[in-house]
Write a protein that binds this ligand. Structure first.
Ligand code: MLT
Ligand code: MN
Ligand code: ZN
Length: 305
């Protein structure tokens, strides 16, 4: 299974348009060693022809342009993307759908009933798309036996794992969390048996998630913040990383400690907030990750699991 990182930043991207934190200011001025990044999304394929898209970032058109295989040019209108899986209804993961409205067939979208509700009420993207290409919704169930093979994708099995977290701020059930608001995913290549665990929003390591993380050959997980109070300490916002559903990397119980004992060959952080010091290639925090055999995703990162 091939994994292509289309975008590796958290909401806002890097640099974020209105931010002058040391990272955003530094990357704009060229005074730090760091790569610009678009908002998070990945694509996977088992045959390098048909691709499954995870989340649709507002930066999707730029991401497609930076990924030539997304346009195989077999007919006057074409795309390599056969299906889309949405892990939540957050703006940074869904609003790119508007940019796909020229599709000549309804978009094949897999998401839970909770995400469907948000995308037909609080932020009615699916309703609006009915006036363009339309949506062919496939419900993702969150019960035990919910593995599915997305339409047009050979040899890849997708298993959805419910994660406790909140629905987006605009959701009618923002303060009444439901199973299905947020997912992690276990992807299995049905030929090789290799498994990838993907969770760009992972706030707590609940006991039901552990077996999937232990079984994975590749872990592609939440890299939003280094510390819980990162945004507060920079004077940006009072929001804590954990309150936003993102487990920080450092400290007791942090993502580094979670990843350390796991047997996966490849460990990668994705959905990195622009304030995170790991964006600086030569920071001590980045050095620490290197020592722990943890990579930091970048746009265009491409690997085989
Ligand atoms: C998140 O990951 O917490 C959200 O995407 C934040 C946002 O709306 O940018
Ligand atoms: Mn996000
Ligand atoms: Zn910033």
């Amino acid at each position: 299974m091939r994994v292509r990182v289309l975008g590796s930043a958290a909401g806002g991207g890097f640099p974020q348009w209105n931010c002058n934190c040391p990272n955003c200011d530094g990357v704009r001025k060229g005074t730090i060693d760091a790569k610009r990044r678009t908002q998070s999304s990945i694509a996977v394929s088992s045959n390098d022809i048909d691709w499954l898209l995870f989340n649709t970032s507002p930066d999707i058109l730029t991401q497609f342009q930076q990924f030539p295989e997304s346009q195989p040019a077999r007919s006057i209108r074409d795309t390599a993307f056969k299906s889309i899986v949405l892990l939540d209804a957050q703006i940074d993961h869904t609003t790119g759908l508007f940019m796909l409205r020229e599709s000549k067939t309804p978009l094949n979208i897999y998401c839970t009933d909770m995400v469907y509700e948000d995308l037909t009420t609080g932020n009615p993207i699916f309703k609006i798309l009915e006036h363009y290409c339309g949506v062919n919704w496939h419900q993702i169930h969150t019960n035990e036996e919910n593995s599915f093979q997305p339409e047009g994708i050979d040899n890849i099995k997708v298993k959805a794992i419910p994660l406790s977290s909140k629905a987006p701020p605009y959701s009618p059930h923002r303060n009444d969390p439901h199973e299905g608001d947020n997912l992690g995913i276990l992807l299995e290549d049905m030929s090789s048996g290799k498994k990838t665990f993907y969770a760009p929003g992972l706030g707590q390591i609940e006991s039901h998630i552990k077996p999937y993380m232990e079984a994975a050959d590749c872990l592609l997980v939440d890299g939003t913040c280094w510390t819980n109070d990162e945004m507060k300490s920079l004077g940006i916002a009072n929001k804590m990383s954990l309150d936003m559903g993102h487990l920080p990397q450092s400290g007791p119980g942090g993502m580094i400690e979670v990843l350390r004992p796991l047997p996966a060959e490849k460990k990668v952080l994705i959905h990195i907030n622009n304030t995170n010091p790991i964006l600086r290639e030569n920071s001590e925090q980045r050095q620490k990750l290197t020592e722990e055999n943890i990579d930091v995703a970048y746009d265009g990162m491409d690997f085989v699991v």
